[in-house]
Design a binder for this molecule. Structure first.
Ligand code: PHE
Length: 315
């Protein structure tokens, strides 16, 4: 029996022999049960044998467990020569890239960067922009109203008012930031980003506006020549108002931005004499320009924060 235990190689076999020896019907169990029939010396001998056997089982169990562990350690060797998994490197979001590029172009044209509050008061978002209360043009933008009468800024045009109020004329600025409207589909998100340009000085005309827009679009889309289509439009804060379309891939006209000559009442609202100063303003969604430039069809993906989507599109 002692030799047998030492020969055993697996825990299962050891367990089986242990049961056959010490289990309910085990051989040792039977002998211990009959101990009352033995004389004193034989009892002592049996007890010793019992204790020795139990000890042997325990020792062999420890030995087998150790051998199993060593075998595992051997098989699962760590290969220290393998290269580590590459760590993911952070990159700029396409919206950030587009904004950086747009800002750089406008700054090179002499426009200076402005921001303003996203929670805007009625004056800056509407009234000063020649859209007083009950003006039907307020319906052009589905507005989020706050209970205190403020609004979530619907257009960065609010920033041009702040710039004129603060700095007067001449002024050449662009405002950037998030804007909010109650709309949502593949090309509309309730939060999107606009850029607003404004240039007010003496003798500014519509051709100054179109010249800057043309140069801007050529730089941004890296095209030698953009074909533009100027359509009459309506915004309460510009007169005349236009919309500018751009020929895309040689066959499609895409609406790119709204623009126009600053309405005399808007200048007056900012304390500027419209008989001396004129200016132009333009505004566009920079998410949309980024979608076009990087060929991304769904605006909502910009805000999902899904790194897999970004990586799949080359960012
Ligand atoms: N604020 C206008 C809009 O959001 C765009 C615009 C800006 C139009 C400046 C004219 C001049 O639709």
């Amino acid at each position: 029996m002692k030799e047998q235990i030492k020969q055993i190689q697996t825990l299962e076999e050891l367990q089986a022999l242990h049961t056959a020896t010490f289990g309910k019907n085990g051989t040792m169990t039977a002998r211990l049960r009959d101990m009352k029939n033995l004389d004193n010396d034989a009892r002592v001998a049996l007890n010793r044998e019992n204790a020795e056997l139990r000890e042997l089982f325990k020792t062999r169990q420890t030995e087998i467990e150790y051998a199993v562990m060593m075998a595992k350690l051997h098989d699962q060797k760590v290969d220290v020569t393998l290269s580590p998994e590459p760590a993911a490197v952070g990159r700029l979001h396409p919206l950030t890239m587009a904004l950086t590029e747009i800002s750089g172009i406008l700054e090179s044209f002499g426009y200076s960067l402005w921001t303003g509050p996203e929670i805007e008061d009625d004056w800056h978002n509407f009234t000063a922009l020649n859209t007083p209360a009950h003006h039907p043009a307020r319906d052009m933008q589905d507005t989020f109203f706050l209970s205190n009468g403020n609004v979530m800024r619907t257009q960065t045009s609010a920033i041009q008012i702040r710039a004129m109020e603060k700095c007067g004329v001449p002024v050449k600025m662009f405002g950037i930031g998030a804007t909010y409207r109650k709309e949502m589909d593949a090309t509309h998100s309730p939060m999107f980003h606009q850029i607003e340009g404004l240039y007010v000085n003496k003798d500014i005309t519509m051709s100054d506006l179109i010249g800057d827009i043309r140069a801007f679009l050529q730089r941004f889309f890296e095209m030698d020549n953009v074909e533009l289509r100027i359509r009459p439009s309506y915004f309460p804060f510009t007169e005349p108002s236009i919309e500018i379309d751009m020929k895309w891939h040689g066959d499609k006209w895409l609406e790119i931005m709204g623009a126009g000559m600053v309405h005399p009442d808007v200048l007056r609202n900012c304390g500027i004499d419209p008989d001396v100063y004129q200016g132009f303003a333009f505004g566009f969604g920079w998410d949309r320009l980024a979608m076009l430039k990087y060929n991304l069809p769904d605006i909502r993906k910009f805000y999902d924060g899904d790194i897999r989507w970004l990586a799949a599109n080359g960012f």
